[in-house]
Design a protein around this ligand. Structure first.
Ligand code: FAQ
Length: 333
């Protein structure tokens, strides 16, 4: 379970001399910041790495609806309910753009879904943590969407055209998501003592899982070297994590909340915060399927897929009938 769909060459990036002529031309285009489009020649591993990353990203958007969707019926006001509903719908839309981007690489959405449901493809570790109360919904918007934007803004410049264009639209919506989460946190942090305590507790529980979203530390990242060379990734996992910490510290201060890290302090020399790493063995355990909510999330997705079978079958039957009618009419002309 949780085996990799594909595995790129890790840090074994080919030198110019080792590349074929096609590979050299391809690398020249990437180096010149030209976008690679679906019908262009590309190395097999470039295609496979994109399918893996875009597919996992799409699955994350879809599974990512679950922790928040769970709170739509329990939002404290009608306005909060409408906002959360819109946000969760946006996540479904992001999943769909991303599946479409992956389809341009020659894989179908159904194939990707089957890879997810059989446990062969991953989705972001963060969605295997529970949302226990309303403050968690604020913290998800603030921290989880905040981390997602930090990762996705550079991906607008990724080398594969359809992925880059999907990212441009997604990032616009993610900014609204992050703001709505921060707005909930402001209300909670400026509320009663009990509400402030809930906000602090949500930050305590979601801080390290949010840091894990950026992936393992650079020394343990299997795909980074090749993905950076191909400009599938623009920054390393640690660079993005550092940027997220630096951005979030003043936001927590403004809320009057404390980030649960005794080692967190400004490092004048580096011009960045020193901070504690998350517990990496917990991270690897969660991505192997052993997080607090993995089983629940997968069972929910499997049930949704099975319950939706009649809709997919109905749509296919309708499309077949329409095509047959069109063919009959063309033949009669
Ligand atoms: N969770 O060699 P690397 C969102 C895996 S969107 C699970 O460093 P890579 C919006 C990795 O796949 C959140 N697995 O890998 C939203 C690989 O395993 P594999 C999703 C992880 O690909 C908000 C292995 O570890 N965003 O949240 C994680 O170069 C609120 C080795 O790692 C994206 O997908 C993880 N956190 O770098 C929705 C962004 N990290 O595949 C609803 C696009 C690593 O060999 C509510 N993706 N792994 O079996 C990326 O930028 C990259 O794929 C990284 C990982 C940075 C996530």
């Amino acid at each position: 379970m949780y085996a990799q769909l594909v595995k790129t060459a890790g840090s074994g990036v080919k030198s110019r001399e080792e590349m074929s002529e096609n590979e050299q031309d391809f690398q020249n285009r990437v180096d010149a910041d030209q976008k690679i489009e679906p019908k262009d020649w590309m190395p097999d591993d470039y295609r496979a790495t994109l399918i893996r990353q875009i597919g996992q990203h799409a699955h994350s958007e879809i599974v990512g609806q679950l922790p928040e969707g769970n709170w739509i019926t329990r939002a404290p006001t009608l306005e909060r309910k409408a906002i959360l509903l819109a946000k969760v719908q946006d996540e479904a839309g992001h999943g769909l753009y991303l599946y479409c981007a992956a389809e341009t690489l020659g894989v179908t959405r159904d194939e990707l879904t089957e890879e997810l449901l059989s446990g062969r493809m991953k989705y972001s570790s963060i969605f295997n943590y529970p949302t226990l109360n309303w403050a968690d919904i604020g913290a998800v918007g603030w921290l989880v969407d905040g981390a997602a934007i930090m990762n996705q803004v550079p991906l607008q410049r990724t080398s594969y055209g359809p992925y880059s264009r999907a990212m441009i639209r997604i990032c616009k919506e993610e900014s609204f998501h992050q703001r709505q989460g921060y707005d909930i946190m402001m209300k909670m942090a400026q509320g009663t003592d009990a509400q402030k305590k809930m906000a602090q507790d949500a930050l305590n529980r979601l801080w390290y899982p949010s840091l894990m979203m950026f992936g393992p530390s650079d020394k343990d990242s299997v795909h980074s070297a090749q993905s950076l060379a191909w400009k599938i990734k623009i920054d390393t996992n640690d660079e993005l994590r550092q940027r997220f910490v630096d951005q979030t510290v003043p936001q927590a201060k403004y809320l009057g909340l404390t980030i649960p890290d005794e080692n967190l302090k400004w490092n004048e020399e580096r011009g960045a915060h020193d901070y504690s790493d998350p517990n990496w063995s917990e991270f690897f355990d969660v991505i192997k399927g052993n997080g607090p909510c993995n089983t629940d999330r997968m069972n929910t997705r499997i049930k949704a897929w099975e319950d939706g079978a009649w809709v997919r079958e109905g749509l296919m039957a309708h499309a077949d009938k329409k095509a047959a009618r069109k063919q009959a009419m063309t033949a009669a002309e």
